[in-house]
Design a protein around this ligand. Sequence first.
Ligand code: FPP
Length: 268
Amino acid sequence: MKALLEALAPGSADLTLARELDSGRIPAHIAIIMDGNGRWARQRNLPRVAGHKAGVPAVRATVETCAQLGVGALTLYAFSVENWKRPRAEVDTLWRLLRVYLHAELDLMMRHDIRFTAIGRLEPLPAPVRAELEDVMRTTSENRGLRLNVAINYGGRAELVDAVKALVNSGAEVTEQAISARLYTAGQPDPDLLIRTSGEMRISNFLLWQIAYAELYVTETLWPDFTRTELLRAILEYQKRDRRYGGLGADVAGVPDEALEPASLPAR
Ligand code: FPP
């Protein structure tokens, strides 16, 4: 949090927003479905790939802001198991952008102590992409700041299948903890906040197990237009939510039962 306050320009709108944040309630894990690149391009009569390219600066700003805020983990949905159905040229462009991003951002990751992990079924990826991913994972493996997970060839159901297979093979007892410990995000806290851009009200097979109690924030903003300002707004909104985890909210927890009886309610 201190790093962000120091980095923001005095008098800027983002500094005002950042000062409103409760530094004691920064989400431990933020997950983002980056959607709307294609629509962003279509609105400008550009090819879809131009939208993906325009989405890269938004990735950079989001990663840097999360690192500066002291967020524990950030998981970005970059490529789903279903995305292979897209035209070959678009898929190839996504791989190229990912490689360019990894190459260009290694410096920033090292400077901000970011540990990078690719999550998903990585075997089917083109060999040069896998090599670059493995290289960045190795180089950043000792970093202890933000955990940056990029979901690639990822599917929530596929992840659960992989976890259950591993659990069955281990012969261990089937418990929630035993499943969590075999997910790609093992050892990391579950997301507190799930952001989706471009207004769709869907989960799209993303982190199905881990988002059980996540707060959802859906914005109409298309991914390439997603800014630090909007990220700060999403966290502020999250901090206003009353998280119940199936229990009672903070407003009624601790209130004696009789105070909640209908008889004690004011007469109408
Ligand atoms: C969804 O938009 C976005 C994607 C499938 C890819 C996201 C990729 C990037 C932001 C760039 C590269 C990633 C990294 C991590 C550097 P869409 O194409 O589904 O948009 P639409 O719904 O408007 O068609």
